[in-house]
Design a binder for this molecule. Structure first.
Ligand code: ATR
Length: 484
């Protein structure tokens, strides 16, 4: 008979839940687990046994699960975002006592988290919304954790999270109290939007090297492995290199990547990020381009039809020098990535200001350095940029990034021009470049757009040389002039 109470509980034992539960147990925190479908409970218990007799107990009913926890009780939910969370709360909340805490570790829409936190507070219960990134491996070995909500709720499980999160030498555990309300889930959402951008930019680099440069899969493996030893060192570049090594079991002699259908799925967080950018009037064209690329990828049949109508652009005379192309694409990828992160960080900053969350931007970069899908050496630089200036308006204005952009600008332009001439779409790299070229110009053609607005809608305009709002009868003056 087990009578000792568990330190913490976890419900929702799909891939992420199972692995996070095992990770917590492995760090020495006795954990109780429960899942609606009880077979997964037994599976998790068996894994805990097989993976070193970890202190994990499984329960087949919510009541005994809740009673097995020490007070104040803390239960992490890793169920499907949306109604499943409400249903799980409806099951558990009546079994809890005042001061107990629920932690939603799913990819939830931050407003749902805020609504639930309020409803829980009215019952004397605490609530956290916690972003968890890292996929299966991250959850098991150490994810990046983005908890947000009531600070006293965070205090209830900080010790567990500090040990469970990924540990980056010299930088600490990849967890911090992100901020109040739905801040944790919002930050995770933007993390995923940035992830969309990174994946798209890497895919464009691959496309250029393969389609224009004629690199084979083994060549691509070498190039990405090499990139992963330099400034592009990151989880996504590393796994990309590995993907080119995998042969196809079903079609011997072929590489599996060539047999994967070119349609990208999605679960919604990238779309939310772009929607939020628009709500906040923050330009995020690289992330939006990545989302659009997924939409277009879904139109496989139409694309096949269009390919027959519009033959490939006339091949440029000869192939570009391979080595030079690889080096240019590396630089373009880096520069485009900086712009994408600048956009993501600007979304966070704008939201933090709107909601009064007090997000510490450098801390966000720090907790993404390990465990999560966008983990990269590059995040060190972002952390340092915000250390130099916590209120930095744009990453592009940081002295270190500004210099890096200047050094890579020529190569980036060559790559985008090459892609345009070859008819190979590089929506992410081109969107980043247009973002950069718009941002870095002291004067834009926005004067003409404003003049048009004043012309047809009397929206008024400001002047460059004196304060105030002005309106001009453009059509009247133009008519008089044309009579002259
Ligand atoms: P996956 O991550 O494998 O795609 P999912 O459908 O997203 O799975 O479900 C993730 C977790 O949410 C599972 O633990 C699932 O419980 P079951 O194993 O019983 O399906 C849980 N879940 C989904 N809907 C739920 C609900 N309405 N109530 C409770 N748990 C639910």
């Amino acid at each position: 008979m087990e009578t000792e109470l568990s330190r913490i509980g976890l419900t929702g034992l799909a891939v992420m839940g199972q692995n996070l539960a095992l990770n917590i147990a492995e760090k020495g925190f006795p954990i109780s687990v429960y899942n609606r479908t009880t077979a997964k409970v037994d599976e998790t218990v068996a894994r805990a046994k097989a993976e070193g007799d970890l202190p994990l107990r499984g329960f087949h009913d919510p009541h005994s699960f809740v009673l097995s926890l020490q007070k104040p009780r803390v239960i992490i939910l890793l169920v499907k975002a949306g109604p499943a969370v409400d249903q799980t709360i409806a099951t558990l909340a009546p079994l809890l006592d005042r001061g107990d805490c629920l932690v939603d570790g799913g990819n939830e829409w931050y407003e749902n988290t805020e609504r639930r936190a309020e409803a829980m507070a009215a019952r004397g219960l605490l609530y956290l919304g916690m972003g968890v990134s890292g996929g299966e491996e991250g959850a098991r070995r150490g994810p990046s954790l983005m908890p947000g909500g009531a600070a006293p709720a965070y205090a209830l499980l900080e010790d567990v999270l500090l040990r469970t999160a990924a540990q980056v030498p010299g930088s600490g555990p990849c967890v911090t109290f992100v901020g109040p309300g739905g801040a944790g889930h919002f930050v995770k959402m933007v993390h995923n939007g940035i992830e969309y951008g990174d994946m798209q930019l890497i895919a464009e680099a691959y496309d250029l090297l393969r389609t224009v440069g004629g690199l084979s899969n083994p060549d691509l493996h070498r190039v990405f492995s090499d990139w992963n030893r330099g400034e592009l060192l990151s989880f996504l570049v590393e796994i990309t290199a590995e993907i080119f090594l995998v042969n196809d079991d079903l079609s011997p002699g072929d590489h599996l990547v060539d047999r994967v259908l070119d349609k990208t799925g999605m679960k919604g967080t990238g779309k939310w990020t772009v929607q939020q950018a628009a709500e906040l009037s923050v330009a995020a064209p690289t992330i939006a381009a990545a989302l659009d690329a997924r939409f277009l990828s879904a139109l496989k049949e139409d694309r096949v039809a269009a390919a027959a109508v519009f033959p490939p652009a006339a091949a440029a005379a000869g192939r570009p020098d391979k080595e030079k192309l690889v080096d240019d694409v590396r630089q373009a990828l880096y520069a485009a990535k900086v712009c994408s992160y600048a956009q993501g960080m600007n979304i966070l900053k704008a939201k933090s200001k709107e909601k009064g969350w007090g997000l510490r931007m450098g801390e966000m970069a720090r907790i993404w350095k390990g465990g999560c899908i966008i983990r990269a050496k590059f995040l060190d630089r972002i952390e340092r940029a915000y250390e130099r200036d916590a209120e930095l308006g744009s990453l592009l204005l940081d002295s270190e990034f500004a210099q890096e952009m200047a050094e890579r600008e020529a190569a980036w332009r060559r790559v985008v021009c090459l892609a345009v001439n070859a008819g190979v779409g590089v929506p992410g790299m081109a969107a980043s470049l247009a973002y950069f070229d718009t941002f870095r110009r002291a004067r834009l053609p926005a004067n003409l757009v404003q003049a048009q607005r004043d012309y047809f809608g009397a929206h008024t305009y400001e002047r460059t040389d004196r304060p105030g709002n002005f309106h001009t009868e453009w059509s009247k003056i133009a008519a008089e002039r044309s009579l002259l």
